[in-house]
Ligand binder design. Structure first.
Ligand code: URA
Length: 498
């Protein structure tokens, strides 16, 4: 299809602007349609002609069956980057690559050792690096007398203004700005980008108030002990310094860094200003002689595990100090953490429903938890319940035992596996031992049933009702039925309304 023309006639092609992929692509297409080989072409940048120029390639005769084959998108991507390279003439190189690709070397770009490919890749890399630096180092200055209007002066190494303009438009969409460079300028009016001729450094304001603020901030965050000038120069090459307000400070900051580090070294150590929890030293422990109210006050300062740091307060037990029945739950939830009372949230409401259906007055019970701080995980504004860990249960155990010792209930009913293992030990299995009586070393009888939160977590209404009945029937058996079947004195007086 594409045959090299036998004559050595030269032809010229103009690309304007020279960094435009569309312009170059159009010109390259004309050359391919005429079968013009790379050696026959002079690639020209400006639209101004000269008498010595070869005739325009569009004057060359078309091939008998002209067509342009499909070009891999990777080539177009590479071409659009290389065309921004200011020094090494990318246009003849790109046409040579294109010519080779359409003449059978379809996989040419995957051969990085090919000299043409290597040159193009190196060019593209330089352009990409310059693009990155421009995004990082452009500094806008306010135009005096205008509101929300800014100008930046920047000297890129390559012709990348068109390439990065969309980035700045997205980033600073809400302000009006212009970036001037020696070869081209770009302007954003809040709606659209427009491009113009290059400018001069003096056209951009020299300094604005923000700059002084930025310099003060930069000087205050500059840490002399972490100064690494080699890294700094790699990341912020000196040629970009003239664009950066902070660069004026750098020589002084770098010069003084050694002395400042020495001064930091010589300064006597300061006590930390942030509160660092001292774990055991200041954490109260239950004193044997304290009554229930004192125990509660002591527990409020507990620091035996880290849970206190992210919670509102300790949620201590509540109920008559001589209650004959103690219910032990797992830990306070979100509502309980905020209001400071056990079983005040949704699980508490379900417990209340069961007690009321059984005719048991909540006020007759002592309600507490195995863990007295709310273990949770934050997801945005929401605090999600997390099961307490063994170490949390262990840390809280002295307070729970303190409550049991002082209230001396006749029976303890644990709600859920965490409470049961805190009271009976880790060998307790809720599946196996649910609603069975155990005797604690001090003679207190204890048992366990499911937790009301488990009832609430059931997947659908039917399952929830089944689970609820199980929970309520366990409570009935443990709190009422037992006394009826054994002839023991009922542990609970009936409610006034029940
Ligand atoms: N779940 C518990 O185990 N205790 C409470 O206090 C609240 C919810």
């Amino acid at each position: 299809m594409h045959r090299r023309r036998p004559d050595a006639q030269r032809w010229s092609l103009r690309v304007d602007p020279p960094w435009s992929l569309d312009a170059w692509r159009g010109a390259a297409r004309e050359a391919l349609l005429r079968g013009l080989s790379p050696e026959q072409l002079d690639w020209l940048e400006s639209s101004a002609g000269s008498l010595l120029d070869a005739p325009a390639a569009t004057q060359a005769p078309l091939l008998e069956t002209p067509s342009v084959p499909h070009v891999p998108s990777a080539f177009l991507e590479l071409a659009s980057t290389c065309l921004c390279h200011a020094d090494a003439q990318p246009m003849p190189l790109l046409y040579r690559l294109l010519w080779r690709i359409v003449h059978g070397e379809r996989a040419l770009l995957s051969n990085p050792t090919d000299a043409d490919v290597l040159r193009a890749m190196t060019m593209a890399q330089a352009v990409r690096r310059d693009t990155h630096k421009m995004k990082a180092f452009v500094r806008f200055r306010e135009i005096p007398g205008e509101q929300d209007a800014f100008i930046a002066w920047f000297e890129p190494q390559h012709r990348i203004v068109d390439r990065v303009a969309a980035f700045f438009a997205r980033r600073f969409a809400g302000m009006r700005w212009a970036i001037l460079t020696p070869y081209r300028s770009v302007h954003w009016d809040g709606q659209a980008l427009s491009f113009g001729a290059g400018g001069h450094r003096e056209q951009a304001p020299a300094e604005d108030a923000r700059e002084t603020l930025w310099q003060t901030y930069y000087a205050s965050i500059f840490n002399p002990a972490r100064l690494n000038t080699r890294m700094m120069q790699q990341e912020m090459p000196a040629r970009y310094w003239r664009h950066l307000p902070e660069a004026q400070l750098l020589p002084g900051l770098i010069r003084d860094a050694g002395d400042r580090v020495q001064a930091m070294h010589d300064r006597p150590a300061q006590p930390p200003q942030r509160r660092i929890p001292s774990r055991r030293a200041t954490s109260p422990v239950p004193s044997p002689s304290s009554d229930l109210a004192t125990l509660q006050r002591q527990a409020a300062g507990c620091r035996q595990c880290p849970l206190w740091e992210s919670t509102t307060q300790v949620v201590f037990g509540e109920g008559p100090g001589d209650a004959r029945v103690m219910l032990v739950g797992e830990q306070p939830g979100d509502t309980e953490d905020l209001c400071g009372r056990p079983f005040a949230g949704p699980a508490g409401a379900l417990l209340d429903r069961a007690l009321s259906e059984l005719g048991i007055a909540r006020s007759a019970l002592y309600l507490t938890n195995a863990v007295k701080h709310f273990h949770h995980e934050r997801r945005g504004k929401v605090r999600l319940h997390k099961r307490p860990q063994g170490r949390h249960v262990q840390a809280c155990r002295p307070w729970l035992l303190g409550e049991i010792e002082r209230v001396r209930p006749e029976i303890i009913v644990c709600l859920g596996a965490t409470a049961a293992s805190a009271v009976f030990g880790s060998h307790f299995s809720l599946t196996r031992d649910r609603a069975r009586w155990h005797t604690l070393p001090d003679g207190t009888r204890g048992s366990a049933t499911v937790h009301p939160a488990w009832v609430l977590r059931q997947a659908d209404e039917v399952r929830r009702e089944d689970a609820y009945r199980l929970f309520r029937d366990d409570l009935r058996q443990l709190l009422i039925g037992d006394a009826e079947s054994t002839g023991r004195r009922p542990a609970l007086p009936p409610t006034s309304e029940g």
